[in-house]
Design a protein around this ligand. Structure first.
Ligand SMILES: *Cc1c(COP(=O)(O)O)cnc(C)c1O
Length: 359
């Protein structure tokens, strides 16, 4: 089987060693004679998996005992609603920064719960940058933002400084570099971009907010339900949690600092080529470029048919997942933690060959 350079935006590349170990667990989990898929989630073997996954999140992110870690379901798309319900306070009002498609969806879900106001947006410029000068009044219960905009290739490189509780959808850049997690009241992330397979959703919540909402919350959407039962209120997505745990072990072994250095090196290599190469241009404002998802298009004046030519050359070089999202067009290279630098180099080589052939 040829090695594929996997630039998929999600579900996406995971460490090769994790695939090996996960496949073994499907056949015989830790010598129990049972597949992980046929075991009770209440068995001591699986409880140990859940405990280790939660403990690894705490350790990797240096979380104090003020935080609760949970692995739930529903994806980040349900997180939009869960965050709004659980953070509602006396004002019954949340503030949102709209930096892309996912951020706007979060705002929309916030409106199911209370008032949800947009304090800043980059929509008029097709979300090509991160708004900088916005004001968040003290009359809101929280500020919600999306740290990395998977579709538009922009990323917050600084945590917003506000005096209200801060909630963040970190689906596509969780564990991409070191982070001062003490600034957050709630972090949530679907696993399938940078942490594991689809099916598990990570919540990191300040214990002081759990159970203190002013909203009347349905049972499954209440973080208290899940915190009280250590993520075992109902059957957890056992396989997704197990594979996430394996990825977390890999992150711990590699070190978050080192992962941040490697991600920066990959992004520098690719953006350097996008800027140098006469055939391409980046779509995101330079200072807000994402180190996870790089969006680029054909340079001005070039024939649109070259898009297919470039994608064909990528395919020949075993590069997969490069087609841009329909809202942006062009190309998107997602460079999540497990993507090796070699894969970015392979892409850069094709970009250079494309320029030589068609310029
Ligand atoms: C992919 C993505 C989502 C949606 O995640 P689901 O798990 O499919 O609900 C939400 N937010 C961001 C930033 C994403 O990248």
């Amino acid at each position: 089987m040829a090695k594929i350079h996997n630039f998929s935006a999600g579900p996406s590349i995971l460490p090769q060693e994790v695939f090996q170990e996960a496949s073994q667990a499907v056949l015989d989990f830790n010598g129990t004679g049972l597949s992980l898929l046929e075991m009770s989630h209440r068995s001591k073997e699986f409880v140990a998996v859940m405990d280790e996954a939660r403990a690894l999140v705490k350790e990797i992110y240096n979380l104090s005992d003020d935080y609760e870690v949970m692995f739930l379901q529903g994806g980040a798309s349900l997180g939009f609603l869960i965050s709004a319900y659980n953070l509602q306070g006396a004002n019954k009002k949340g503030a949102y920064i709209s930096t892309g498609a996912w951020a706007s969806k979060a705002l929309k879900e916030g409106k199911w719960v209370g008032e949800a106001v947009e304090v800043a947006t980059s929509k008029p410029e097709n979300y090509n940058h991160i708004p900088k000068n916005y004001v968040v009044g003290s009359d809101v219960d929280y500020l919600h933002y999306t740290s990395n905009n998977t579709i538009f290739g922009t990323q917050f490189h600084n945590v917003p400084e506000v005096n209200v509780p801060l909630v963040c959808d970190m689906s596509s850049d969780i564990f991409c570099r070191e982070l001062d997690t003490s600034k957050f009241d709630l972090i949530y992330a679907g696993a399938q971009k940078n942490m594991g397979p689809a099916g598990a959703t990570l919540y990191i919540a300040k214990k002081s907010l759990i159970g203190n909402s002013s909203a009347n919350i349905p049972t499954m959407l209440n973080l208290k339900t899940h915190a009280d039962k250590e993520s075992m209120f109902n059957t957890p997505p056992v396989f997704a949690v197990y594979v996430s745990m394996l990825v977390l072990r890999w992150i711990k072994k590699t070190g978050l600092k080192q992962i941040g250095i490697m991600n920066k090196a990959k992004a520098d290599l690719l953006y350097g080529e996008i800027d140098r190469n006469t055939m391409f241009k980046g779509t995101a404002a330079e200072e807000d470029r994402s180190i996870m998802n790089a969006c680029f298009v054909l340079n001005d004046g070039l024939d649109e048919s070259l898009t297919t030519s470039f994608l064909d050359m990528c395919k020949t070089a075993n590069i997969s997942g490069l087609k841009g999202h329909r809202d942006v067009g062009g190309f998107r290279a997602s460079m999540y933690n497990a993507l090796p630098l070699d894969s970015v180099q392979a892409l850069v080589d094709v970009m250079k060959a494309f320029e030589i052939k068609y310029a």
